[in-house]
Design a protein around this ligand. Sequence first.
Ligand SMILES: *[C@@H]1O[C@H](CO)[C@@H](O)[C@H](O)[C@H]1NC(C)=O
Ligand SMILES: *[C@@H]1O[C@H](CO)[C@@H](O)[C@H](O)[C@H]1NC(C)=O
Ligand SMILES: *[C@@H]1O[C@H](CO)[C@@H](O)[C@H](O)[C@H]1NC(C)=O
Length: 754
Amino acid sequence: MHCPCRGKLKLFAASVTFVVLLTWLYLIVGNLENGRSLLLYSCLVEQSDSSYMERDMLEMRMREVVEENQQLRLQLSQSQGAVAQVQDGNYGNQQWVASADTGPEDGENTAEERSNQGGNHSDCVHRPMVEKCELIHVACVCAGHNTSRDVVTLVKSILFHRRNPLHFHFITDMVAHQILSSLFQSWMVPSIQVSFYDADELKSEVAWIPNKHYSGIYGLMKLTLTKALPSDLTKVIVLDTDITFATDIAELWAVFRKFTDKQVIGLVENQSDWYLGNLWKNHKPWPALGRGFNTGVILLLLEQLRRIGWEQMWRLTAERELMSMLSTSLADQDIFNAFIKQNPVLVHQLPCFWNVQLSDHTRSEQCYTEVSDLKVIHWNSPKKLRVKNKHVEFFRNLYLTFLEYDGNLLRRELFGCPSQPSSESIHLQDALEELDEDDQCYDFRRERIMVHRIHLYFLQYEYAPTEDDADVTLVAQLSIDRLQMLEAICNHWEGPISLALYMSDAEAQQFLRYVLASEVLKNRKNVGYHIVYKEGQFYPVNLLRNMALRHANTPYIFLADVDFLPMYGLYDYLRKSIVQLDMAHSKKALVVPAFETLRYRLSFPKSKAELLSMLDVGTLYTFRYHVWTKGHAPTNYAKWRTATTPYKVEWEADFEPYVVVRRDCPEYDQRFVGFGWNKVSHIMELDAQEYDLVVLPNAFMIHMPHAPSFDISKFRSSSSYRYCLTMLKDEFHQDLSRKYGSSALKYLTAERNI
Ligand SMILES: *[C@@H]1O[C@H](CO)[C@@H](O)[C@H](O)[C@H]1NC(C)=O
Ligand SMILES: *[C@@H]1O[C@H](CO)[C@@H](O)[C@H](O)[C@H]1NC(C)=O
Ligand SMILES: *[C@@H]1O[C@H](CO)[C@@H](O)[C@H](O)[C@H]1NC(C)=O
């Protein structure tokens, strides 16, 4: 009450309250959206008993969502409490200052202390232990598709609470490097730096250690950080990927200042009885001090470690212990513990709430008195989410909240810290400034330059190139409402598939559950799933197509749509045709004739002969026969009926066949968003580049019925939508003429003649 900062404080607190309310509202709306899409999901499940289960799950999930919101509100109100301590404009880092002061010995009092300080403002003159805007370094070892997904949830939980610039150091294999580098580049979170270090180069450092832990060789790489990280990096927080933060990471960073001169490693005691060696008969763990330490959260003073010769020291320890232990059971953790047993003075013991370990036989409940005290939850991987702890529901909610949290919301600027914008964001700013806000089609143009966050290879993906060099990938894009097509497509096409999926964070998790519940999808490893996170008001169809196209790994691609089923055997037939037609040395686009059925239950034709007789009795039609004949008329279905050899056709206006081309073909034009002209423009450009359009006599694909997409109805009902599409078309024509000269004039003329 006696603080000089009262006036300013009130104003600031008021504005923060407002922001908090807004955020909360947003979260509610976001979660309602979840509920809706979950309903959708349950419609996909066919058997009735499982749809009951789905409903129960939905109800449960809704209850969880309500709890989540309460919890988030609690967290947000705590940060409001922090604001109440603001003084002299030095806001931001106050909340944790109080608790950072509590060492391991008085950790239990934290909650009381914090509420004291929140309650009366006698504590205005606290000295912050982390400078405002101080850069915090975090290191993580991450390999493979699954771990790359986990790490995103960890990063979200850190970003959600953070108030400082962060530098992430990722030790990655090639898979994780590709996924995480494209993710962070497209995420464009301000005040974040990301560095990658090649795990393969570090393998030789630890490969000699026999290890039985599920984390494999990557688990051991934490031992090599003094060597792997830049030599001028003095300290770093090292985290496992199965960790969720419930507080600002700066609070943990501040603990470095509590290290004594000798201490170089900060760790939390292992909360299981593992190292006591009494878990079962003849249980013989590695040597450790007491219960041992858990290495899920480590504070490393890299500089001092290098100085005391850590690299030789841990090696000697490991070599000596391995003589009797033969292999490690808990990877790096065994070696850290054996090392510490010999050098106990080097350890700074962290309060246990910095690593609340959830696994069987743990005492994690003794670690905290109030659930709100804990700061970091450690899932101890494979058994994730299935643990015995009375607060497990709370933990699960916290985890699920970040799992499904809209990552786009974390793009917010840090309050009051200068940041160096990335080249991507500078580029985006420039492009935005060039737009004219009074332009009637501003929304379309804005959409085109939008940077969507992407998560490549969301699920495990394996592909080995074929020897004939004629392999072909099916390329398509979809949103969650077309998920039910995937199984059928996989049954019709055994070759590689590259899919771009347009989804929210929550939908991506539903998608993951859907795949894991499907025998067909779960076992298919040659499908690359690339998530493009939702943003903006139009479906970015050509951006999605390009994303899927770029990440096809074969020399040829089949540019398809997800609501078509290829004929059985198309994959083999295409590969043969690719060789026969010498695609490697000629510019060809092989046309796969398209048909459609209006029947939901079609007995799919096994051959061209069967297809033709179905066509004759009206079970099948040529594609868009009723509404848009021009789109496929140039395929010349009459000729196709009797054709036995491939034949060339000429380009005509509005032709939009499904084609097989070399992967180096031109990309789709991303100015076309939503419905209309997205494929037409691509085929036009192929023709402008003098591709021959060659129809395959024994190939076909069939469009399966579905409800019209949202963007189509928009197109049909809105005159300004149609107006803008015309504008974009005109501009596309101009660009085409600029690129291909007078020969491109024919497209304009063809257009006029319609
Ligand atoms: C400050 O907190 C203490 C301890 O909770 C309490 O006894 C005291 O009344 C508070 N003072 C004010 C001014 O609120
Ligand atoms: C990745 O996760 C899936 C699904 O949980 C699992 O089946 C698969 O074995 C995991 N892959 C690896 C390499 O751990
Ligand atoms: C401690 O010991 C347990 C054995 O129960 C082991 O699984 C775990 O990895 C160690 N650390 C943690 C996180 O509890």
